[in-house]
Design a protein around this ligand. Structure first.
Ligand SMILES: [Zn+2]
Ligand SMILES: [Zn+2]
Length: 466
């Protein structure tokens, strides 16, 4: 039997977002992830473009984790004819449901706003990328898998999920492709976690494989040690509260919010933070994600698991969960002394934009960025030192203190990526999910030094794996 494997990277090729990997072998098609492109108008256009393949011809999809840049185009895939199974860990399925529902809700809302504006100009109605109905339909295709269990995907292709330590339920995926006497292993790193995460296990080191498709988000950088970052985080909060300002923390709802809550709780218990403070988790999705966290102890690190025996790891006095819009808007009336966690982490949508609008202009306030910000996003513009930003079409001065604390990162840094990859011989390491001039080049230089064959696939380029 002829044995021909083609790999194509349809997203996160020489960029960070839009993860979508395609393996084609003897008429069988498998996708790994189907994510949204994020950051600006170019990304929006890319999301609306037709897929570079026929969704009806994809036999199965493997989802590494529930971040939108990995699962965000699944509803489009289903709407356009995909009828296979979507394999993911059960924590990922639970999280993907709320992530996709949230995204659909925001898109419907944005479309309604654009429609109102467009009609006044006589334009055709804007359509949301996908709707809540699309998401409900998509959820029917999910099928749960356990870590470490090898299963048949289609005849001749087997898969195994390994803990990636990135967010709850996240996985690296090992594909075994069998053709007669021969076997080719392809390992997809997914997004790899930062070792030493307070809630999750560390990523499982890469097993031997012929090929590795590897993320390089922080391939050129070392994170600050986590203890230093936490100290800096406590200092940023204390400094702002001392001058009676508000602290805004744009957070990714899925894991960062829980990690930040846990660290705030610890900081108060250890005396690093004032014992009395008001903390708002102002994100329905983060509140739901916190519930989902509690339901998936099979994903917890051992220390965190032990801490669960006696108390709620996230609960503390003065903590408010604000699901309702009215409660969220009431926070805008607070002149100082509040710590507000709200999404989205990159400030591209969600309630955090309201809090930034109300707080960014005043120098007594503080904004603490605790996550990655892609090029072209509002978070990135603020981090890069913009003096003025536009929020809801209004120019807002940036006068508050801005902190960027990268020790919270859910991504492995250069050292951790190399550690994960290890020294097993590989035919080739394909580098993806990084900014070309930064993470990717940084990792490529490291692999070159170590004599590890590697390649940076271009979007859509067909690469033959032998
Ligand atoms: Zn991720
Ligand atoms: Zn990602």
């Amino acid at each position: 039997m002829a044995f021909d494997i083609l790999y194509r990277c349809h997203g996160a090729a020489r960029e960070v977002t839009g993860s979508c990997h395609h393996i084609e072998c003897n008429g069988r098609n498998v996708l790994i992830d189907c994510g949204l492109f994020q950051g600006g108008a170019d990304a929006e256009r890319a999301n609306a473009e037709p897929f570079a393949f026929d969704p009806a011809c994809i036999h199965a999809l493997l989802l590494t984790h529930a971040h939108l840049d990995h699962c965000g185009r699944l509803p489009l895939l289903v709407r356009q004819g995909f009828r296979g199974r979507i394999h993911a860990t059960s924590a990922t399925i639970d999280l993907a449901r709320i992530v996709l529902l949230d995204a659909a809700g925001l898109q419907e809302e944005d479309a309604r706003r654009a429609q109102r504006r467009g009609r006044r100009r006589g334009q055709e109605d804007a359509q949301p990328l996908f709707t809540l109905d699309d998401v409900f339909r998509t959820m029917d295709y999910f099928s749960p898998v356990a870590y470490e269990k090898c299963f048949d995907l289609t005849p001749g292709i087997r898969a195994r999920f390994l803990d990636a330590g990135h967010i709850l339920g996240s996985a690296s995926i090992l594909l075994e492709i069998l053709g007669g006497e021969r076997k080719v292993d392809i390992l997809f790193s997914g997004d790899l976690g930062n070792p030493g995460h307070p809630l999750l296990r560390n990523a499982k080191p890469a097993p031997p494989s012929d090929y590795v498709v590897m993320e390089t988000t922080y391939g050129d950088r070392a994170h600050r040690p986590q203890e230093k970052s936490i100290a800096e985080f406590y200092d940023a909060i204390s400094t702002t509260l001392r001058r009676e300002g508000n602290v805004i923390i744009p957070t990714f709802a899925l894991e960062r919010a829980q990690e930040v809550l846990y660290q705030i709780k610890r900081g108060r218990a250890d005396g690093h933070l004032p014992p009395r403070m008001s903390v708002f988790l102002d994100s329905p999705m983060a509140i739901s994600a916190t519930d989902i966290f509690r339901r998936h102890p099979e994903c917890f690190g051992s220390e965190f698991l032990a801490s669960l025996r006696d108390e709620d790891p996230f609960g503390m006095p003065g903590l408010h969960f604000t699901r309702d819009v009215a409660d969220s808007m009431a926070i805008n009336q607070i002149a100082g002394g509040a710590v507000i966690l709200a999404g989205s982490g990159m400030c591209t949508g969600g309630r955090v934009r309201h809090h930034l609008k109300h707080n960014l202009w005043n120098e007594k306030n503080g904004v603490i960025f605790v996550g990655y910000a892609a090029e072209g996003t509002l978070a990135r513009r603020i981090i890069d030192g913009a003096r003025e930003v536009r929020i809801f079409d209004e120019p807002i001065h940036v006068r508050s203190s801005i902190w960027t604390i990268n020790g919270f990162s859910a991504h492995a840094d250069q050292h951790a990526l190399l550690d994960w990859l290890g020294t097993s011989p590989r035919r080739q390491v394909l580098l993806v999910h990084g900014e070309y001039a930064r993470g990717m080049r940084g990792m490529a230089d490291q692999l070159l030094e170590r004599g590890i064959p590697h390649y940076l696939p271009a979007k859509g380029q067909a690469i033959r794996l032998t």
